[in-house]
Design a protein around this ligand. Structure first.
Ligand code: HAM
Length: 492
């Protein structure tokens, strides 16, 4: 174990190996059973059965829905270069300025060691001093700053650019996976959380800029929530315009903020100078009355943005997706243009956004790619499951065992394993007891796991090649020949 920690730290550069040794040694126990327990890090959690059944149910359902809308899965790395998020999400956002898990990765550390060793060995053999100077090993020249992804839009757009995916026309992607933000944990807010992400991106000629794409994405979300079984959501909708609108809006905000900003929180004072739009992200209660008086972006939309927004709303009306316009919705990421939205749900409390998204027509260029308008959303899967668990229990979506096999007597484990293997070939859910169990214990185990049947495998049954099968709910017991067992159990 110790060896593994050291090797890992050298490879990742996350922490020097001696400091990890110190942590390990400081807690070195005198006897093994005194070792302190290791808990999961703050803001992370283990997802355990039966709750994982709800997660699987959600993921299987969303995969079905994505298939129906012709979306395809993309998997990108869990860590990316820090610059991707700085440029993509924006340096002034809370996510980038406060919440990222970032570290320096010194990829050449091993190389430096190796070269040093080779040079010194060569010098000794040749009887001279090593030539040149050596960088101290703490010097991270050549190191790269890496970050655990706080969101996945930037990563997907990076992949779009890296693999020249515009050659495929319009790309419709989805991804499911963990994200990381160093936030203050609370209900519905974690440091490792999961997002179900969807992105539509491609050249404008492929229709990526069309308001039809925005409306389709929003209709997809409504279908998805419906299929998962979440009702009573609210779609909050806004248009945050294009960069030219933003310049005018920021100027207006700066003017409106000038006389009052000194009374606002330190973050708002900074934002007022660097990126006034981000003042809308402020959660400080005392600042809210001031924020409520600030101008809204809708007053600054140019004709093209206004028309685009109107068309999105018209299509939503025609497919009967209800929405509420929220002119103060600007979203906490800098890449948004035009349509921005959130789906909220009352059951969630303070962290009430199940998902958020919008259009990001300039993101590809910001990341060094060609123009590639796009729109997408990310569902907070933790919050989706939390909302769902208010109405559906994990047990209700778990497939309980069809049959519990109880081997009775010495040597019966082998026979029971054979029967279990045959039944599982028929796609039955089968669980197995042990020949050391008494019959009573087997019945208790079958009951506890919610099995429909219990099947007794004893010497007499094996000899007759017919088995006692008991339906646990009704108590009905029959003797069924081995060849008919599967069909009998498959009958509900
Ligand atoms: P976001 O609003 O930052 O957008 O996150 C989307 C959703 O992720 C939130 O609505 C929330 O449900 C969930 N979420 C965020 N932070 C946490 C957390 N700490 N704990 C639990 N859940 C959380 C984005 O990430 C954009 N990339 C969405 C997007 C995709 N826009 C365009 N395409």
């Amino acid at each position: 174990m110790k060896h593994r920690i050291d090797k890992q730290s050298v490879e990742t550069g996350l922490a020097p190996s001696h400091s990890l040794k110190r942590i390990a040694n400081s807690e070195r126990p005198t006897t093994i059973d005194q070792r302190p327990m290791i808990k999961s890090p703050r803001g992370t959690r283990d997802l355990l059965p039966p709750d994982t059944a709800l997660w699987n149910f959600v993921e299987a359902t969303v995969r079905d829905v994505f298939r129906a809308y012709n979306f395809h899965e993309i998997r990108t790395p869990i860590f990316e270069s820090t610059e991707l998020f700085a440029r993509g999400v924006g340096e002034d956002t809370d996510i980038v300025s406060k919440e990222m898990f970032t570290w320096e990765d010194p990829p050449r550390l091993f190389e430096q060691y190796k070269k040093f060793y080779q040079d010194v060995t060569a010098a000794i053999i040749e009887g001279r001093l090593p030539a040149g100077g050596y960088r101290p090993l703490s010097d991270l020249a050549g190191s790269q700053s890496l970050t655990l992804r706080p969101e996945n839009t930037a990563g997907i757009v990076r992949a779009y650019i890296e693999h020249k995916l515009w050659e495929r026309g319009l790309n419709k992607f989805f991804s499911i996976g963990p994200m990381f933000r160093r936030e203050r944990p609370q209900k519905g807010r974690y440091r490792q959380f999961y997002q179900i992400d969807a992105e539509v991106i491609g050249p404008a000629a492929a229709g990526s800029q069309s308001p039809a794409r925005d409306a389709e994405i929003l209709e997809l979300v409504a279908t998805l929530l419906d299929r998962v079984g979440i009702t009573h959501w609210t779609l909050e909708l806004n248009s945050v315009g294009c960069p030219a609108d933003r310049v005018k809006f920021n100027e207006a905000l700066q003017q409106a903020l000038a006389p009052v900003v000194a009374t606002m929180c330190a973050d708002c004072q900074r934002r007022a100078v660097t990126n006034p739009l981000r003042v809308f992200d402020c959660k400080v209660p005392q600042d809210q009355p001031i924020i409520a008086t600030l101008p809204t972006i809708s007053q600054f939309l140019d004709e093209a943005c206004r028309t685009h927004y109107e068309e999105v709303k018209q299509i939503l009306n025609s497919v009967e997706i209800p929405y509420v316009e929220n002119p103060r919705l600007v979203r906490g990421l800098d890449y948004y243009t035009r349509t921005a939205f959130e789906f909220t749900h009352g059951a969630l409390g303070a962290q009430n956004a199940i998902l958020g998204g919008g259009r990001y027509d300039g993101l590809s260029e910001a990341l060094g790619g060609p123009p590639a308008p796009g729109i997408g959303f990310a569902i907070g899967e933790d919050r989706l499951v939390l909302t769902l668990s208010a109405t559906a229990s994990a047990e209700s979506v778990v497939r309980q065992p069809d049959v519990y096999i109880a081997p009775l007597g010495a040597g019966m484990n082998r026979e029971a394993a054979r029967v279990a293997r045959e039944l599982r070939r028929h796609d039955l859910v089968v669980d197995l007891g042990d020949e050391s169990f008494r019959l009573k214990k087997s019945f208790e185990a079958a009951d506890k796991m919610g099995a429909r049947y219990i099947l007794i495998v004893g010497e007499n049954e094996v000899a007759a090649d017919a088995f006692a099968l008991k339906h646990l709910a009704s108590g009905e017991q029959l003797t069924i020949p081995r060849t008919e067992l599967a069909q009998r159990i498959l009958r509900k």
